[in-house]
Design a protein around this ligand. Structure first.
Ligand code: NDP
Length: 478
């Protein structure tokens, strides 16, 4: 039992002024769709309707691509890099100025704790724009030839787990390189992308350079299959990623895909246990586990299994689940009813397959979509909960005896996005890092992001890199 109760510490909603309805952002202006369709976006924590959002059909996507093409040919690609940089710096500064509002809006629409949107998502959004603003006038030094050319119009589709941050990962490098964009945010989290559209207006970005088309999967499909785009950038599920790869294969479109993961977080017997437990918690319970690179498979060396598990259980009992806008909240709401159903289904499969399920005592709010932090022990590599991306606050625990066995088990997955290694031995970290088939390997930490560092996967986690100098390649004709 906790020694004391925390008083509620809610962040005020008053900094956000939600509109009743939002149009599509095409050619620098908000406007209706051709066929007048709309959908509602709700708060996953309360199921309250936040706003009505326009659903873009194929004719709207076509208008957006036409606007982006015109802006590409007449304005943006012809503009010197140092001028493009000024716009990106301006956007970065406005994001900083409006950071509190953006954090509240993100937590409202997505369900993630305000502590995370305030301290992680939004600062990283600004950092991405600052970082790529710096590249815009230095592209000839990026290692892609003396005068690298942009690709043209980029069609970008992003998921709901880090709505504004994924937008920044996509838009900042595209614009820095001289491309124009049409971006579709996820159906359940469109609001910060629409706030970003306002920021583009505030920054006086020329019309058509950034276009935001809201809608569901069909809008995404119309965008990636539009013949007028030159580049597709997608982050989301492996299943949709494969469909997109198939649709783009017979075309000239350049494609980057950032897909699912089932990362191993490997704890060796010499690791400092308390530190490792913090890393395990951050690895899988950060953002309710809605993280493509989440450390969802814990591999613990057998000799310290009991100690690590006992410490992990104690730590989980202190996590606070509840109101995403409360500054004390560690675990927020699951993003949608559909995602909650998927997490429940896979957790039931875990039990049916014989793994032992454990959650700390935890009261779930009555309204909204919630799932308690959950650990499965007695998991074998063949279990579905060890193989499939659950994309929720659910950790599967496995054991190993030797480093070779750890590598074998960590790599025994169709994915290859990230991994974590916990040990005091630098040589073991390097030995592991060179053998793990994962795009990112964190040593004695987890879920650390930086705009200067490339991110991307092996195998079914996708191809292409985002972030850093490598991230420029995806938007240059090289
Ligand atoms: P999706 O892959 O379906 O969604 C990602 C984005 O693609 C959304 O904007 C979505 O639109 C859009 N989209 C859907 N279908 C198409 C299509 N045929 N062509 C183009 N765009 C499309 O993920 P879900 O939200 O459905 O989540 C399902 C599972 O995917 C999760 O349970 C999780 O396991 C995994 N996932 C992984 C992510 C990652 O970063 N690795 C991120 C998100 C999900 P809309 O949302 O409006 O339908």
């Amino acid at each position: 039992m906790p020694k004391f109760e925390y008083a509620p510490a809610p962040e005020s909603r008053s900094i956000v002024s939600l509109r009743e309805s939002y149009g599509l952002f095409i050619n620098g202006e908000f406007g209706p769709s051709v066929d007048g369709r709309a959908f509602k976006t709700i708060s996953p924590a309360t199921e309250e309707v936040l706003a009505e959002v326009t659903e873009a059909g194929p004719a709207d996507v076509d208008r957006a691509v036409t606007a982006a093409r015109k802006a590409y040919e007449h304005t943006w690609s012809a503009m010197p890099g140092r001028e493009r940089a000024k716009y990106l710096f301006r956007i970065a500064r406005i994001v900083q100025e409006r950071s509190r509002e953006l954090a509240v809006l993100e937590s409202l629409d997505n369900g993630k704790p305000i502590r995370e949107s305030r301290d992680v998502d939004i600062p990283l959004v600004a950092a991405h724009f600052f970082y790529y603003a710096g590249w815009a006038d230095k592209l000839e030094y990026a290692g892609y030839g003396p005068a690298p050319r942009p690709l043209g119009v980029a069609g970008q589709v992003i998921p709901w787990n880090f709505p504004l941050l994924m937008l920044a990962w996509k838009i900042a490098p595209a614009l820095a390189c001289g491309n124009t964009v049409v971006l579709k945010p996820a159906e359940t989290t469109p609001l910060t992308a629409l706030a970003f559209a306002e920021i583009c207006q505030q920054a006086d970005l020329p019309p058509g350079v950034v276009n935001i088309v809201t809608g569901a999967g069909e809008t995404g499909r119309a965008l990636v299959e539009h013949p007028g785009i030159d580049k597709v950038a997608f982050t989301g599920s492996t299943e949709v990623g494969k469909q997109i790869a198939r649709a783009c294969a017979p075309t000239r479109k350049k494609v980057t895909l950032e897909l699912g993961g089932k990362a191993a977080n490997v704890v060796f017997e010499d690791a400092p246990v308390d530190q490792a437990v913090e890393g395990i918690v951050n690895g899988i319970f950060f953002n309710q586990g809605h993280v493509c690179c989440a450390g969802s498979r814990l591999l613990v060396q057998e000799s310290v299994y009991d100690e690590v598990l006992a410490s992990l259980r104690r730590r989980l009992a202190t996590l606070r689940l509840g109101d995403p806008l409360d500054k004390n909240t560690d675990v927020g709401a699951i993003n949608s009813a559909a995602q909650l159903a998927k997490i429940r289904e896979l957790s039931e499969v875990g039990e049916a397959e014989g793994a032992q399920r454990w959650s700390p005592p935890c009261e779930l709010p009555v309204k909204g979509f919630w799932f308690p932090p959950t650990i499965f022990t007695g998991v074998s590599q063949a279990h579905r909960i060890a193989r499939e991306e659950i994309f929720g606050p659910v950790l599967s625990v496995l054991t190993f005896r030797t480093p070779a066995e750890a590598v074998e088990k960590a790599n025994n997955t169709p994915y290859g996005l990230s991994a974590g290694v916990w040990t005091e031995k630098g040589s073991l970290i390097l030995w592991m890092a060179s053998r793990l088939r994962a795009g990112v390997v964190w040593a004695n930490t987890f879920n650390k992001f930086d705009p200067t560092s490339p991110f991307g996967g092996y195998k079914e986690s996708g191809y292409g890199r985002e972030g850093g100098r490598h991230g420029l390649e995806a938007y240059l004709d090289v």
